[in-house]
Design a protein around this ligand. Structure first.
Ligand SMILES: Nc1ncnc2c1ncn2[C@@H]1O[C@H](COP(=O)(O)OP(=O)(O)OP(=O)(O)O)[C@@H](O)[C@H]1O
Ligand SMILES: O=P(O)(O)OC[C@@]1(O)O[C@H](CO)[C@@H](O)[C@@H]1O
Length: 309
């Protein structure tokens, strides 16, 4: 069973403009809304890929109800904790030259009582055949050690964890030893106290060290430069697939969804890598935060090029 945990979901509002005029009036050409937040995107992609998950986390207010309704419409299983306050709206501004500006809100305050309710839910789901996907930021009131605490709690029950977080959340969670992780280039660079000028060679060294110390499996996504995979002794690099880019938001979530599906289907390492590359490439061809169709992902699978590191 796959459980995705989205502590800070969002209605993703994607607006298209010609060229963003900072400090000026911008006329929006097109707007669309998606039920978002990293774990929710993972669940939506898992659904498209023909597998299933339970989406949990915190939802509140009208946005929360809209997200719950959108997931229900797709016949997805959910088990959220309802909180006071309003689930955030994250605005993604897409310019015609492909530039993307993201305005992510902090999210509503979540009380200690509601946090305990979620942790109790997670503990009940934790079994040897459960994979938890812990993804994204946390809302106000939630401490950055929460992912680390969840990892330790569910590990005691034999469950596995896939982590996709940044900053303090990432650092804390890493110390608890997640079974899999999907950092992007920036997240791993920041962890090592570096910035985005980091070279591939340096990233390789850091990922190798992190894998040795903390995590069994790492999918390191590098946007249009593709990805590197550290799956036990199997270490490979894949160039990004040549697809027509619509929106890159959620591409990393599609890769995390592929990792989760591959775990669930007990895929071998090469199948896992192919699915990760195809699902994430498929995700960039869709508008907003929409997941790619299964048919598209199946077509892209054949195009994946794998190079040994
Ligand atoms: N322009 C692109 N062309 C083709 N594939 C891409 C492109 N951008 C991203 N991808 C694919 O998606 C994967 C994930 O992208 P990226 O590294 O940007 O994830 P991310 O930063 O976690 O994204 P997000 O947080 O928005 O989900 C890449 O490793 C690559 O396979
Ligand atoms: O603010 P966070 O939690 O880090 O990221 C949230 C978010 O940007 O991530 C998803 C794309 O990966 C979007 O659906 C959502 O708006």
């Amino acid at each position: 069973m796959i459980i995705t945990v989205t502590m800070n979901p969002a209605v993703d509002k994607t607006v298209s403009v010609g060229t963003l005029a900072r400090g000026g009036l911008n006329r929006v050409r097109h707007v669309e809304y998606d039920a978002g937040g990293k774990g929710i995107n993972v669940s939506r992609t898992i659904r498209e890929l023909g597998s299933s998950s339970i989406a949990t986390g915190f939802l509140g207010g009208n946005n929360g109800r809209a997200i719950a309704a959108a997931l229900l419409e797709k016949e997805m299983e959910t088990d959220f904790v309802w909180v006071d306050g309003e689930t955030r709206t994250n605005t993604k501004i897409c310019e015609e030259n492909g530039a993307l500006t993201e305005l992510n809100e902090p999210g509503p305050f979540v009380s200690g009582e509601k946090q305990r309710e979620l942790l109790q839910k997670l503990e009940r789901y934790a079994k040897e055949d459960t994979l938890f996907v812990l993804s994204g930021s946390v809302p106000a009131g939630v401490k950055p050690d929460i992912y680390g605490n969840i990892i330790r709690m569910v590990h005691q029950k034999g469950a596995s964890v896939l982590l996709d977080a940044d900053g303090e959340l990432f650092k804390n969670a890493l110390a608890a030893g997640p079974d899999m992780m999907k950092p992007n280039r920036m997240e791993l660079a920041q962890y090592a106290g570096r910035d985005d000028r980091i070279s591939d060679e340096e990233l390789l060294k850091i990922a190798g060290a992190v894998q040795k110390q903390n995590a069994g499996k790492i999918a390191l996504s590098m946007g249009a430069d593709g990805a590197m995979f550290f799956l036990g002794d199997y270490r490979v690099k894949c160039p990004a697939l040549p697809v027509k880019v619509q929106s890159t938001v959620g591409a990393g979530d599609a890769m995390a969804a592929a990792l989760a599906c591959a775990w669930s289907a007990k895929c071998d390492v090469e199948e896992t890598v192919r699915l990760c590359m195809a699902a994430s490439a498929g995700a960039v061809t869709t508008t907003g935060t929409k997941p790619p169709s299964r048919e598209l992902v199946e077509n892209l699978l054949k195009q994946v090029v794998i190079e040994k590191l």
